[in-house]
Ligand binder design. Sequence first.
Ligand code: NDP
Length: 288
Amino acid sequence: MPAQVINGKEIVSAYRARIKEEVENLTRQGVQPGLAVVLVGDDPASQVYVRNKAKACGEAGIYSEVHTLEAATSEDEVLELIDRLNNDPKIHGILVQSPLPKHISEEKIVEAIAVKKDADCFHPVNVGNLMIGKDGPAPCTPAGVIDILKKVGVNIAGKHAVVVGRSNIVGKPMAILLLRENATVTVCHSRTANMAEITRQADILIAAVGKPKMIKREHVKPGAVVVDVGINRLDTGKLAGDVDFDDVLDVAGYITPVPGCVGPMTITVLLRNTLEAAKRTAAMQQSA
Ligand code: NDP
């Protein structure tokens, strides 16, 4: 029997409707959540991501600003902008779209963002808090994956979850969140030996590699839940995930499509993080 294809659109639209309602409530109380997105340079994929984020904000009633800076912008100019946004009461979340041009240190920029306005859990303080289980912004893509798993009724506790990829923005926080949900977690990467042997043990397999269609049927245990984080642009112009969808379809139990599942869910968590940051501001204003 072919895998059940997870209906990302349905999950995302229900989730965003709830966020919109909360945004409206908070706005009525005098605090409209606000997100600032900073884009440096003219990477076409980044331009699409930023446009999608701004559009999603608009639809949810979240105020948004997109700051588009030329590729030649200096690091100091970006830092000045971050400083302005840190002090702007209309803005509750700040996101700097990566990749940044080579002459700008991603680390310096991320560390300049106020911890409470870090919209996607990139700041080292928030990463540390995530590690030790303290409250803070959710890492957008991994938290979106957990939401998807829960929404389709996957019982994560006690399952063997294998994450392929160990980047700071996807693989590592993904592993931490799965641990928090009481999965037994294995992380694979480019130096993993006999990877298919390991991934075939996975009840839940998360692919976050950046290599189109790399995960084939021989990597998948029959009935496994396969979540594809990858977004790869093929020479044909089409998008493909890290999982060879057609090859894996009749082996997996559940599978996420690309595009249309983890990508929009990631943006949804970004909206939620902005909302939560605005709620904290509102609570502080009330108690002052
Ligand atoms: P990175 O390039 O930062 O990390 C890729 C990871 O995959 C690395 O840990 C690397 O290992 C590992 N890897 C590379 N080749 C292999 C291999 N042959 N076998 C096993 N592991 C391998 O990518 P990201 O984590 O940023 O992104 C991963 C994918 O997810 C990309 O397609 C990206 O576009 C997509 N993405 C999607 C998002 C969404 O919203 N849906 C958000 C963010 C990313 P090593 O560490 O050893 O080099």
